[in-house]
Design a protein around this ligand. Sequence first.
Ligand code: ADP
Ligand code: MG
Ligand code: MG
Length: 943
Amino acid sequence: MEATRYVYPFEEADSRDRQLLGGKGAGLAEMTRIGLPVPPGFVITTEACVEYFAKGRKLPKHLMIEVKTNIRRLEEKTGKSFGNPNNPLFVSVRSGSAISMPGMMDTILNLGLNDTVVKGLSKATQNGRFAYDAYRRLIQLFGKVAMGLDDTYFDVILRETKKRVGANLDTELQPKTLGEICQEYKRVIKKELGQEFPQDPLEQMEIAIEAVFRSWMGKRAVDYRKEFKISPAMANGTAVNVCTMVFGNMGPDSATGVAFTRDPGTGENVLFGEYLVNAQGEDVVAGIRTPKSVLHMKDEMPKQCRELEKVRHILEKHFREVQDFEFTIERGNLYILQTRNGKMNAAALVKTSRDMVQERLLAKEEALLRISPEHLEQLLHRRIDLSTQVEPLAQGIPASPGAAHGKVVFDADRAERRGTLGESVILVREETKPEDIHGFFRSKAILTSRGGKTSHAAVVARGMGKPCVVGCEEIEIDERNKVATVNGHRILEGDVITIDGATGYVYQGEVPTVEPEFGPDLKTILKWADEIRSLGVRANADTSKDAATARKFGAEGIGLCRTERMFNAADRLPIVREMILADTTQERQKAIDKLLPMQKSDFKKILSRMRGLPVTIRLLDPPLHEFLPSVESLVWEIERLKEVKKSLEQMETIPDSFKVILEPSLQKHIPPIEHILGELSEIKEKELFDELLQRKEEILRKVRETAEVNPMLGHRGVRLGIKYPEIYKMQIQAVLEASAELIKEGVDILPEIMIPQVCTAQELKQVDRWMDEIREIVEKKYGICVLFKFGTMIEVVRACMRAGRLAEVTDFFSFGTNDLTQATFSFSREDAEKKFLPLYNEMQILMDNPFEILDIKGVGRLMKITIEWGKRSNPKLKVGICGEHGGNPRSVEFCHTLGLDYVSCSPYRVPIARLTAAQAKLREMRRDRAELEDPDYPFNVSF
Ligand code: ADP
Ligand code: MG
Ligand code: MG
């Protein structure tokens, strides 16, 4: 058997194998292969590293023999020789694994120098300063990274020598002094480590290789792999790259720099980078001297600049990705020392994706796969301008991305009032409640000191696309006194703050922000995504304003329009309460008659805004008590009322008592008191108090009556509709009349009526009968035919099990995965998130929060069965998903694999869903059968 080969010259290595060569090695090999000027060198494979550890930290047997052979080849290629003072060869020794990670060994430069070679080099170059400085750097780097001596020993020597000879800069040191520093360095190594700095270049090489291997298991590298979940399948061991040295510090015709093939900040198709004349590699990164922009190169080194331009095009053409590369110019000759895919910001990523397709560098499919959903997220919201550096006041949990500034307001009413007046306000509260919703509408952003990513504030703000920071515990909020305190700093109502919902930072005053970039580049990319994806994307929208946003972001319809949101509006709530509190059917009907025109006009607005696209209207879902005041607040009000009444009665006795006392000084107070009592007589006579009290007590009784032990599993959804048919009938009538009127106006509409919380086909049949009745009346009234679809939410486990029957009487299913997740796990979401989910995630009992990322193996499997059974009895059945999961990239991908017709998510997440749906399709096309059937395949629900 042939022994494993561990060493490959750049030109012989198979650059496709990044696992074996590491990223840096693969890049060097590839650039060599395509003829770019890479200094000759070789790669020691990651296999050698793995073998080193397998052998109990011993270099594989033949490794050094292979290395020596390859050095000999380097000598032949360069015409120089290792350790020869008259014509010396120097190399760098560099680490590099398949995935780049900090924590591995630093590069050693100038390897091959020793006491004799340095003399020869000094003579040959006529540049003692250069020779001794190179040697000094080698001893220091080698001593530190290969031998493990603390840096400070060298720093102290350098500093004291500089002081002794009166030099400020390293460059002022004379060759003789540099030579002395080398001696000192070697002495300190010997003294501290008991070992000599090796003079034999091959010995230097062997020690350096081992040090690179060892660094793979160094604490920092191991921690990093753990943190970022880098498995051995992704990167196993580090390679060692040995590369002939080229010197950027040989005079004014030498330089070193780093460059990008395009501007990583804007994506513009221009060479971008920095360089330093007469400097070596790390000087650019170390920031010792300020580098110049490559723009200056045109004047300073025109020939090399042209060469760099050429290199830029070759690199991009070859790698088909923006490259970030290192170069060095030695006496006018350009060398490329490294290349890798460039990291860009979101805007640049989108722009380059579009440009590279238009330049025919990339196919549309490839361009779409370059952009991650997270990147897109950055683009869709206002952001803090990164060029302004301000210290934040505090940091909370980033709950809804976007940045905004405004005046602090501590309650929802004032937020509404000041917001309506046109002021920019930020609602700041300990936590928010459903009754604060009007304040949200008029606020630019929301900040709370309590709660997590799923708190009320977070969920509502995300739905509205408003920036939100929650759980900012450093801020102490005193809502009553309208003051907040952060680290001793006081914020009063009206003070301006800025919050960034993407980072969770809270700033004092107004911090500049930049517009979201829903520009032409992004629009083009999303258009391509639309051409590719098969999964439809709709939005959840309750108002015509939401609907407009949804259309702007490219939604193909509304997948969920919640009618309860309309009930909550300030002018409706009293009527809704009337309806709930009614004792008789007639009374209830009276309230409902008032609601009908309101709902009808809502539906007309939304349907016409979405003309040409489907709109799914869900009939009333929440339990009625959600529209009523709480027991505590009612009890409190009743007590206060009683107290005031008693005080009034006592007040009436005052004038008479004063008269009886006959004390003159009291007499003069009688008329004013009598005057006040006269003014108040109105209240008493009309028995306002009694009436009020009675009404409040009546409400209290009703509230107690509607109170449920477990409201989310109680009297809600279709169950409410069945018990109070008037409500659902009114809503159906409103939808149908709105539709009839729009049809008459010539508006192209596609209404869909959806029933929540269904668990049996009988419920649907009941509602369907009403629908037929009402349709007949409406059609007669308007003299036209009204077409609409009828469907059900699937959010109850029994509905899944009875999918076949439900599908017989419906046109569509829409998974309500929030309730379905609660039902599948038997978790109440709020309790789970507050009490035990974080622990479950930490202990890895559950990997994710199933309310954020759809639980594929459980809920997903249930969905799959439901679809199968549903389609078996109704092949034309349409299936969608509404609810937060519909905007989560991984869940969207799963919905695609399930063959759903559409996902519906918050309008602001529509672009993300469009992109993810296309990516899901593209990835699916690349998957083979074996992968689909693999139990570890994340979307496999058969296991
Ligand atoms: P990193 O992974 O930290 O970028 P590198 O191995 O790329 O480490 O090297 C660090 C610096 O040394 C870079 O500026 C690189 O260009 C430079 N360098 C590496 N090898 C050579 C060489 N053979 N000749 C000149 N400079 C080199
Ligand atoms: Mg580098
Ligand atoms: Mg629901």
